[in-house]
Every structure is written in C-alpha cells, then in structure tokens.
Write a protein that binds this ligand. Structure first.
Ligand code: GDP
Ligand code: MG
Length: 460
C-alpha cells in the first residue's frame, strides 16, 4: 500500500479558462507556511480554521492578485491534511502565476486525483466514495448525479460492510464448529449456516442484478439507429433531438458515416448513433458506412431497428430481422412513416424477431415519438431513475469484486456440505472477504489505486 504522503501538493481546482473566480488548492503539512510567504492579509491575526481571510497574494513586493483565502486545519479538511484554498480572480494567466508562486515557495504540482487519493489514504473516505467523487464530476444527467451522490454518501459501502459482517459471522461459526467436529457439539446448526450462506448470496445477487441499471445511470445508454436506406432513420434522429442534425433526403444512401449525438431523456444520457442504411452496395464509401453501421450496432446497449411501415415487409428486411434476431442486444422495432399507412402487422415481425417491442410512428408528423421516448427510458432503467437512496452497482470494478465473492462463497458452501477440512473453507471465506474489501479499499494495491485516481482531473 502507498505510504502516507509527506510532501505538500498544489493545483488549480477550477477548469481552465476565464471565469469569475478560480480556486488554487494546497494540501500538506507545509500549506500554511507556503501561504505565510505569499499572502498579505488585512489583519495581523493568525489564520483560523474554516474562516475566510481577505488580502493580497504578493511576489516579494509585487502585488499579484486580491484574493480570499480559506484555511482548513488537519484533520478537518477534504484531504485530512492542512488545506489552503485561494480564491483568486478567474483569469488563466493570474491563476497560473499564483500557482507558480506557490510551487516556488515549497509545494509541488499535484497529480490527477491526488487530493482525493490523500482523502482516501487518511481515512476521510473509502474507495467507493472516492470513485463517487469522480462520477459526480462526470455526471451529466439526473440519473448519474443520483447514483454518484448516493454512493458518495456511503450507501454502497454500508451495504458491502453489512455483507462483510455476515461473512465474518459465518466464518467464525464455521471455525467453531469445525474446531469441535470430533466431539459432536453443534455451535451452529446446519440450518443456521445454510441460512447465513443464503442471505449473503441473496444480498450479492441483488447487487449484481442492479448492475445494468446502475451502469445505465453512470455511463448512459449507447443506442444505434439502424435499418434499410430511406426508411427515415435520420429523420427519426432529428425528431428525437428536436433539431435538424442529420441530412435527410429522399435519395437512398444519404447517410454514409455514423453521426453520434447525446440526448438527455428524462434524466438518462443516451448517445444516439444514426447510421448508413444497411444494403448491398458497390460504392466504396457507402460500403464503409454500412460496415460502420454494423459495428455501431454491435457495440450498442440498444438497437432501434427502423423500417418503412407504410410498405409491406420485403425479403431484404426479413433478412435484416433475422440478423437482428441472432444478436443478444436489446432491440426496439420502429415502423416509421405511419402517416402514409400501416402495412406491416406485428406478426410479420414476430415471426422472425420473437422478443422485441414494436412501435408505429411518424418521424415527419412526430406522432408516436413521445411513446418511443417512454419506451427508451423503460428499456434503459426499467422506467425509473434511482429511487431515493437506492443503491445501484455502477462500475465494472465493483461487479467483478462481487462476482468473485459470490464464486468463492459457492465454493465454501460446497466444501461445507462435503465436510471438507476447515482450512479449505476458511480460505474461501477469507478470499470472499478480501474480494469484497477491494470495493471499499480495506484491501487494495497500488495498481488499483493508480487506475482509479488517474481517471480524475488535476485539482480534485
Ligand atoms: N411521409 C413520411 N416521410 C418520411 C418519414 N420519415 C422520413 N421520411 C422521408 O423519407 C425520406 C428518407 O428519410 P431519411 O431520414 O433520410 O431516411 P434514412 O435514409 O433512413 O436516414 C425523406 O424524404 C424523408 O422526408 C415519415 O415518418 N413520414
Ligand atoms: Mg440517413
């Protein structure tokens, strides 16, 4: 594990560019002495923790900027160390100039996420909470904000701790029982052990089941609009975005590249890709477009298959449906141009694609587009944003840890049933505890920490 840091770090914590103010943050045991060398404050009193001070940043005799300084005395700060926050005027030059001064006076430039890493190392927050900080900064919609906030509050960590407590109890019961196995004493009945295994497994499963929704909240949903040429895919993208983003013409093969747009659908981020119409073609550019369309569909969470519903289903479209049926990606079939007629009955679709939702709409008149939006939200989040305080698994890292835990528990249960030696069972249970501990960081390695904190921006 990383040793506790002893040097003092500094960074600009606000985004680059011109703004009302910018904040420079300094953390470490020298924070206060660095400030002392560059700050002329109004009164000669000593800095008080959590109180704002007004004054000037000076470089020798040269006044650099008029600022407000906040001092947070260790351990009551974000990092758990002494922290100084300088709010200066938000010009990129003046901000850099002050940072430069801070560094010349004894701090070094912080790495990405280093303030939060220090918060973790000093026990101010656990690893899942540190990750939630990054998620909250990245959040672009209400769903991602909620998922991050609940995790930042420590709700996921609490759930994990509850399961760990259960496992610790299970482990100690087993050890007791096995210690006395010769003497035929029962400290824990089979039934009780079984019940403990069951409840731990049920808790893990519940978390695992929440992953798809959780990931949709955190990362959003990738959706590809695919279908034959000229059925209205680009018109549908424009209707969803409520702007003329993609070129719409009556010439088949107009869209040749993949156009990606982001859309907030009632709190969930959708990245929507409009693609080239899928057809056999000899035009090399269109051919590449078709290849990209197929690729885009393959890496989506959801595919909107658009067909012209005002024409009966043709052979080519049946082939396309067959191709869709082979993939496990969720799909919604849109029968467009409903204003021109409805010539494709549901059963024609379901004959090939047994499980999918079918919607009839018109991208031109917008009739039915609202129903599509509802359907999309449902497909992504089973209809709902995270409920008040609901704990969702949002990261693959967490899911992997829980999967490993579940696998080891299964082994432990099997070994217990088969009356294997105590060492075996204890080892699996310890392994399960460690795997769970990786989520909150009770167990961690430099490798895990580097991966997590390098995702952060500098200054956080
Ligand atoms: N009547 C009608 N025409 C549509 C509808 N959607 C698209 N179109 C027309 O169909 C043609 C092809 O549309 P486009 O969006 O470029 O199709 P794409 O090739 O699938 O992207 C254009 O002339 C559109 O105006 C619709 O719902 N109703
Ligand atoms: Mg198009």
């Amino acid at each position: 594990m990383t040793a506790h840091p002893s040097d003092t770090i500094a960074a600009i914590s606000t985004p680059r560019g011109k703004g009302g103010i910018a904040v420079i943050r300094i953390s470490g045991s020298d924070a206060l002495s660095v400030l002392g060398k560059i700050f002329n404050k109004d009164k000669n009193s000593k800095p008080k923790t959590q109180q704002a001070m007004h004054g000037w940043i000076v470089d020798g005799k040269e006044p650099v900027d008029e600022v407000i300084v906040l001092y947070f005395q260790a351990p009551n700060s974000y990092t758990g160390e002494d922290v100084i926050e300088i709010s200066c005027h938000g010009g990129p030059y003046v901000t850099e100039r002050i940072l430069d001064l801070v560094v010349r006076t004894g701090a070094r430039i912080a790495n990405p996420g280093e303030f939060t890493e220090r918060a973790f190392l000093s026990g101010r927050m656990d690893l899942a909470q540190a990750e939630a900080v990054a998620d909250l900064i990245q959040a672009e919609t209400e769903a991602s904000r909620r998922a991050a906030t609940y995790q930042l509050e420590g709700r996921l960590s609490e759930r994990i701790q509850t399961i760990r407590d259960e496992l610790i109890r299970l482990g100690s019961l087993l050890e007791l029982e096995l210690d006395f196995s010769e003497e035929d004493v029962e400290f824990a009945s089979r039934g009780e052990l079984e019940a403990l295994f069951n409840s731990a497994e049920a808790d893990l499963k519940k978390l695992l089941d929440s992953f798809n929704r959780g990931r949709a909240c955190r990362e959003g949903i990738r959706m590809a609009i695919v279908g034959p040429p000229n059925v209205g895919k680009s018109s549908l993208l424009n209707a969803l975005l409520e702007k003329e983003r993609a070129i719409v013409t009556d010439i088949p093969g107009t869209t040749r590249d993949v156009i990606e747009e982001r859309l907030d659908i009632e709190g969930v981020l959708f990245t929507i890709a409009d693609t080239a119409g899928l057809r056999e073609t000899s035009d090399p550019i269109e051919k590449e477009g078709v290849r990209r369309a197929e690729k885009s569909a393959e890496k989506s969470d959801l595919v909107l298959l658009v067909l012209d519903g005002s024409q009966p289903l043709c052979e080519k479209e049946k082939q396309l449906l067959g191709w869709m049926a082979e993939s496990s990606i969720k799909k919604v079939v849109v029968l467009n141009k409903a204003d021109l007629g409805k010539k494709i009955p549901d059963k024609d679709i379901r004959r090939v694609l047994t499980e999918c939702q079918i919607l009839r709409l018109s991208a031109t008149t917008k009739e039915g587009v609202d129903a599509l939006i509802d359907t999309l939200k449902n497909a992504a989040l089973s209809g709902a944003l995270p409920n008040e305080g609901e704990v969702l698994l949002t990261r693959e890292r967490h899911r992997d840890c829980i999967r490993r835990t579940a696998r080891l528990l299964k082994e432990a249960r099997k070994s217990t049933r088969n009356k294997m030696s105590q060492d075996f069972i204890a080892m699996d249970i310890r392994g399960a505890l460690d795997a769970l501990g990786e989520i909150t960081g009770t167990i961690t390695t430099d490798d895990i920490l580097n991966r997590i904190f390098s995702e952060f921006c500098v200054g956080k």
